[in-house]
Write a protein that binds this ligand. Structure first.
Ligand SMILES: [Zn+2]
Length: 265
């Protein structure tokens, strides 16, 4: 499995450029991930959901209120009609000299009925008003809550835009650097790297740090490491375990933003 077919020539410079390209791609992926995972985004979604909940409840309350208000208006118009009829009868009675006693008695009876009816209607209206009270206070509370959520949403939107703009500015710088780094990598090596990167979670080129591949974090057999370290500089090697392009580095050049094995413990 130490096949020579996997080792092809490139320049040392090309491999350095490839590692730089990988570092930039890693940095770009991290920035994109950070942008997608900004906490403000999730908080904003939560506030939007809460706002929808409040709005749904407002519309329920409005529907209940509207039914009660309609009932109240119907009662008030019945009260007004009964009152008008009673007042008319009362005027007639006071002005009714010479009206037959029988007729006066009938009018008196109707007035009594109208008073009773008015009393019953007024009681019913009072009940409606009592039922309206909690709905009115709930509506006021919901309106206050909605306003507070709206303020919070606006604050989060502006914080999100600010954080995104910051990351975008950083991304723009890294993308310019990436273009320059990519230009320094020979095309065949770059297309191999791009294919590996697409297949292997964004990492196509790894460092050989000590005995370990920084791509899969596995140790290579000592003989394989020894073989790789004695190849002509610039030889393109593949990690046996993960298939990534493996670039030997001395510990002095291993420091970078590329994924590296975590220290033990
Ligand atoms: Zn590996």
């Amino acid at each position: 499995m130490t096949g020579e077919g996997r080792a092809t020539g490139a320049s040392e410079r090309a491999l350095d450029a490839l590692l730089e390209l990988q570092d930039l791609d890693t940095a770009i992926s991290q920035l994109e991930h950070r942008k997608a995972a900004l906490p403000e985004r999730q908080l904003l979604a939560g506030v939007a959901a809460a706002l929808r909940g409040v709005e749904d409840r407002v519309s329920e309350v409005e529907t209940s209120r509207a039914a009660l208000v309609e009932h109240q208006e119907a009662l008030e118009s019945e009260i007004a009609a009964a009152t008008a009829r009673r007042e008319l009868l009362e005027q007639r009675m006071y002005a009714a000299r010479g009206t037959p006693a029988r007729e006066l008695q009938a009018m008196d009876e109707e007035i009594r009925h109208l008073r009773e009816r008015q009393g019953a209607l007024e009681d019913a209206e009072l009940e409606v008003m009592v039922a309206l009270e909690p709905l009115d206070s709930e509506r006021a509370a919901l309106q206050a809550e909605s306003a507070a959520l709206g303020t919070e949403a606006a604050r989060l939107r502006s914080a999100l835009a600010e954080a995104e703009a910051e990351i975008d500015a950083e991304l723009a710088v890294q993308r310019v650097a990436r273009t320059a780094a990519a230009d320094a990598v020979p095309e065949d090596l770059r297309s191999r790297y791009d294919a590996l990167r697409a297949r292997l979670g964004g990492i196509g080129a790894a460092r050989l740090v000590g005995n370990r591949c920084s791509g899969c974090h596995l140790e290579l057999p000592s003989m394989e490491v020894d073989r790789i370290r004695h190849l002509a500089p610039g030889t393109v090697v593949t990690c046996e375990q993960c298939g990534r392009i493996l670039v030997p580095t001395s510990s002095a050049t291993a420091g970078s933003s590329a994924p590296r094995p975590s220290p033990p413990g």
